[in-house]
Design a protein around this ligand. Sequence first.
Ligand SMILES: [Zn+2]
Ligand SMILES: [Zn+2]
Length: 146
Amino acid sequence: MYCRNCGNGLEQGAYVCMKCGVPAGQGREFCPNCGAKTDVNAVFCVSCGVSFVPPPQQYNQGYPEQKSKLVAALLAFFLGVYGAHNFYLGYNSKAVTQLLLALLGGVFTCGLSTTAVAIWVIVEAVQLLTGSIAVDANGYPLKNDF
Ligand SMILES: [Zn+2]
Ligand SMILES: [Zn+2]
């Protein structure tokens, strides 16, 4: 096993490269299998033929904390007009739009825009529950926890 960043030989199971400090498996300059220098965009090693595409499980483990679908749906039902579920999922511009429409817009439209946001949010809550909204703002799948 070799460091993908600097090509230094790594012990089996090492987490970081002792030479450059980069976590094992990160970097794109060298083949982790034979240590040959590779093209940064290569998907396999031209020297030994090993694939650089990580297996699916490893990819799953690389997710930051998955957002909970249940929490997002509850936020949508109870605080949705303030954009709470969109803030939670990282859709910040949509969340701010909902918040402004509900608070400021409501003042100028005698609550009409608040009602509009409420309908919008109910649609989104249903989309969350039915799986139409299945990823957060970073494209990571939501945790199916209800
Ligand atoms: Zn290294
Ligand atoms: Zn190789």
